[in-house]
Design a protein around this ligand. Structure first.
Ligand code: GRF
Length: 204
C-alpha cells in the first residue's frame, strides 16, 4: 500500500502527534510519519517520536536572524525527508507567507474550535465567556491568513454548564485525536484536495 509521507511540526506536548503515530502504526492506514520537527528541543512530542523510532529534528527559531531564514531551514529539512504533507500539531510559530504559499494544499493544521469561530489563542476561555453550548475542533488547510483556510474535518463536543477552560480543552482534545487522523486519511485517499482556495471533496 502506498503511504503518504507526513512531516509533523510540533512545539510541545504532542498528543495530536501521538494520535497520528498510533494511526500510522495500523497496517491499513495510508500514511506514515517520516519526520517530526520541533522548534523546542525538550518538547514532550519529541520523546513520543523517538519511542516510535521516527526521525526527529530540532530547529531552534531563536538561532535564526528572521522568520524567513528559519522557514527556509524547515523547508529544506522537510524536502530532504521527502515529506508530502505537513501536519501542524501544536506548532507555536507563525509560518511566513512564502513558506505557506510554497506548501499550499500540502499543509494542514488542527485548531481547538469550530472555525471560523474562535480563531487565535485562548480559545476555550473565549468559548465559555461567550456562552456557547457547542464547541469542537477543526482540521483545515493552511493559507497565509491565520486560522482561515478551508476546513477539511470538524468534530463537535458539548460545552457543559460547569466547564472550565481546562475541562473543555480536555473534551475538545479527545475529539482532536480522532479527527486529525481521519482528515489525514481523507487526504491520503484523495477524498479531499485543495483546489483554487477551497477544499474539494470526492463526491462534491
Ligand atoms: C491542540 O489543542 C491543537 O488544537 C492546538 O494546539 C494543541 C496541541 O496539543 N493547535 P498537542 O501538542 O497536540 O497535545
Amino acid at each position: 500500500m502506498r503511504k503518504l509521507k507526513l512531516g509533523v511540526l510540533i512545539s510541545g506536548r504532542g498528543s495530536n502527534l501521538q494520535a497520528l503515530i498510533d494511526a500510522c502504526a495500523r497496517p491499513d492506514y495510508p500514511a506514515e510519519i517520516v519526520l517530526v520537527l520541533s522548534n523546542v528541543a525538550d518538547a514532550q512530542g519529541r520523546a513520543r517520536a523517538k519511542t516510535a523510532s521516527i526521525p526527529t529534528a530540532v530547529l531552534d527559531h531563536r538561532t535564526y536572524s528572521n522568520r524567513e531564514s528559519f522557514d527556509d531551514a524547515v523547508d529544506a529539512l522537510l524536502k530532504k525527508a521527502g515529506v508530502e504533507l505537513i501536519c501542524l500539531a501544536g506548532f507555536m510559530r507563525i509560518l511566513s507567507d512564502k513558506f505557506v504559499r510554497a506548501w499550499l494544499g500540502r499543509l494542514i493544521n488542527i485548531h481547538p474550535s469550530l472555525l471560523p469561530a474562535f480563531k487565535g489563542t485562548n480559545v476555550h476561555e473565549r468559548v465559555i465567556a461567550s456562552g456557547e453550548r457547542i464547541s469542537g475542533c477543526t482540521v483545515h488547510y493552511v493559507i497565509p491568513e491565520l486560522d482561515a483556510g478551508p476546513n477539511i474535518a470538524q468534530a463537535e463536543v458539548p460545552v457543559l454548564e460547569d466547564d472550565t477552560p481546562e475541562t473543555l480543552a480536555a473534551r475538545v482534545l479527545e475529539a482532536e485525536h480522532s479527527t486529525y487522523p481521519l482528515a489525514v486519511r481523507w487526504i491520503a485517499e484523495d477524498k479531499v484536495r485543495f483546489e483554487n482556495g477551497v477544499a474539494v471533496f470526492a463526491n462534491d
